[in-house]
Every structure is written in C-alpha cells, then in structure tokens.
Design a protein around this ligand. Structure first.
Ligand code: NAD
Length: 321
C-alpha cells in the first residue's frame, strides 16, 4: 500500500480521492525535527510551504518516491538533490493563480480607498471621529483608467491582466520571456459573449515610469531585488506597489524610504523578507496594506491544489499499489 504523509494538510476531497484508490493518507502534522524518524515509513510526502524537505531528510528516506508541493514555489525543497536520488518532485503551478491575482486587486482596492487605514482607525477612534475620518479618506481613487504595470507576465500575471482589462485599466505587462499572451474574458451570465485580447508585453522602462499601480508576479529566489531605490526613483510620484510574489522582489528598505518621501503612496504586501517575523516598520506603517502570505489561501485554490496533486500522484503510481 502507498503511504502518504500530508504534513501541511490536504483538501478533504483530494484525501478522499486518494483513499478511495486504496492509498493511506496521514494528515497528522509531524514536527520538522521528528520527520527524520517518521518520514522513512512513507512513500510520498505532501507539503505546502511550511515543511522543509532538505538533503538530510531526503538521505534519511531511501523509500521516498514522491515529494508533492501544493502550490507553486519549490524553495522549501532541495529539488535537484531529490531528483538526483530518483525522487519525483511535483507541484501545482496553475491551481492558485486566480486567487493570488484577486488578492493583488484586494490590496489595490484597499489602498485606493484607504480601507487599511479606516479598518485600523474606526474601532479605536469610535463614533466621535467619524466626520474627521470621513474627511481623511475622501480623496480615494478609481482603478478604471489607471495604468497597471505587471512585473512577470506568467500564469498569475496573466490573471491579473485579465482582471485589469475587465476593470478598464491600461495594462502594461513586462516579462523576460513572454512577449504576448491571449487574455480571455468570459462573462458569467452567457457562454456566447467572451472577449479575447492579444496583449503584448511592454517595455520595462515604460511600465516602470508610467504605471499608477505596479504589481509583482515574478519568481524570486534571492539575489538583487527587482525593485530597488533606483527603480522607485524612476516611478510616478504617488505610485502604489503590490507584492504577492516573494519577499525580496522589492527591496524593503527602499520601499520604506519611498513611503517616507511620499514617492510611494502605498504598498500592498502579502510576502516579506523575514517571514514569519516581518520588519515592524512595515507592519506598523499606516500606508501599508497587509496580509500574512495568503495569496493561495482560498477554499477554491486549496481544493484545486489538492485535486491536482491527487491526480498527479495517482497518475505517477498508476495501478501499481
Ligand atoms: P510563472 O512562472 O507562470 O510566471 C513568472 C513569470 O515571470 C515568467 O513568465 C517569467 O518569464 C517572468 N520573469 C522571471 N524573471 C523576470 C524578471 N526579472 N523580469 C520580468 N519577468 C520575469 O509563475 P506564476 O505562477 O505566475 O507565479 C509567480 C510567483 O508568484 C511565484 O514564483 C511565487 O513566488 C508567487 N506566488 C505567491 C503566492 C502567494 O501565496 N502570495 C502564491 C503562488 C505564487
């Protein structure tokens, strides 16, 4: 029997699918330090971003056949080392794109209408300050007609472009590889009316200098941040920056300076340099809208992730249980 340890949880439907196929699925979380003892009894480990599967753990598990990552980034797994040992490494790159894209817009709408500030101030200041707060938050912006720079025009970047186009934004995607993509907009109430737009990638300089909102959707595994002081200096006065990609894609020191000088009007951050203890100056900044790395954390994305992984695991082992 194939034994699976789903150490960072698994969607119940996906668990059922695997169990119905005769696999054993354990969902009790094993602490990182205990995995060396426990994981050798399993054929498959399913993780999200919390559990690390490093060389030492891989060496301790000669029977491990599959490392399955629910989500996109594989930075918590020594992928090449695992593959050199004949272990299959799988992930679910597309399952959460829509959820991440929607979170990027949640931050944009929040910043545009001061919701992050209103949510902090109203419970504290109460009814007495209602009028003052109304005045303070009365210079909001509409997204329609604004220019949206999308850094990284891959799966998530294209979902962001779709929402941006549907909102009436001027969308300027930038990518190292993707030169053009077909963006399909389907209307909910009819299958007959849908719109397909061929959107060409823009020039980096154009996106940097013309955008009102700039949102990051590139992989980042260390090294130079894509957005640092020099890049922020070339942006429009009052730009909004959104990062739902990875901490480090935007230089946080440069971002703080930009916020202080007013060059950056606001930032929406789901990812941080020092997770799980981000810089207090960012957490406490009144022009930063925050979320604790929840880009893929919707019920729909989790279900998609679980089912996609279950399908891949079933396909890998075939009937050989
Ligand atoms: P993807 O691979 O489909 O797209 C990334 C794109 O970025 C590619 O087209 C690539 O060519 C481009 N790119 C790489 N380096 C670039 C650079 N320097 N300049 C311009 N373009 C560059 O990946 P995706 O599925 O769209 O995911 C993007 C990132 O989102 C992931 O790598 C991950 O870090 C992040 N992510 C975050 C969450 C979250 O919970 N916040 C969830 C899922 C993914």
């Amino acid at each position: 029997m194939i034994r699976i340890l789903a150490n960072d949880g698994i969607d119940p439907d996906a668990q059922m699918l695997l169990e119905e196929a005769g696999y054993e699925v354990d969902t009790q979380k094993v602490a990182q330090d205990n995995l060396l003892k426990v994981l050798p009894q399993y054929d498959v480990i399913i993780v999200r971003s919390a559990t690390k599967v490093r060389r030492e753990l891989i060496d301790a598990c000669p029977n491990l056949k599959v490392i399955a990552r629910g989500g996109v980034g594989l930075d918590n797994i020594d992928v090449e080392y695992a593959q050199s040992k004949g272990i299959e490494v799988m992930n679910t790159p597309a399952a959460s794109s829509q959820s991440v894209a929607e979170l990027a817009f949640a931050h944009m709408f929040t910043l545009a209408r001061f919701l992050h500030q209103a949510n902090r101030a109203m419970p504290v200041k109460g009814g007495t300050a209602f009028k003052d707060l109304k005045n303070a938050y009365s210079s909001g912006l509409q997204l329609r007609g604004k220019t949206l720079g999308i850094i990284g025009f891959g799966r998530i970047g294209q979902e962001v472009a779709r929402i941006g186009l549907a909102l009436g934004m001027n969308v300027l995607p930038v990518d190292l590889v993707v030169e053009e993509a077909s963006i399909d907009i389907h209307l909910y109430h009819t299958e007959d009316i849908s719109l397909s737009v061929k959107l060409k990638s823009a020039d980096w300089e154009e996106a940097l200098t013309k955008s009102d909102f700039i949102t990051m959707h590139v992989p980042f595994t260390g090294g130079q941040p894509l957005i640092g002081e020099a890049e922020i200096a070339r942006m429009k006065q009052g730009v909004f920056l959104i990062n739902t990609a990875r901490g480090g894609a935007i230089d946080e020191e440069a971002l703080l300076k930009g916020l202080e000088s007013g060059k950056v009007a606001g930032a929406g951050l789901d990812v941080f340099d020092f997770e799980p203890t981000p810089r207090p100056e960012l957490l406490q900044h009144d022009r930063v809208s925050l979320s604790p790395h929840i880009g893929a954390a919707t019920n729909e994305a989790q279900a998609n992730i679980g089912l996609e992984l279950a399908d891949k695991i079933l396909a890998f082992f075939g009937d050989d249980q």
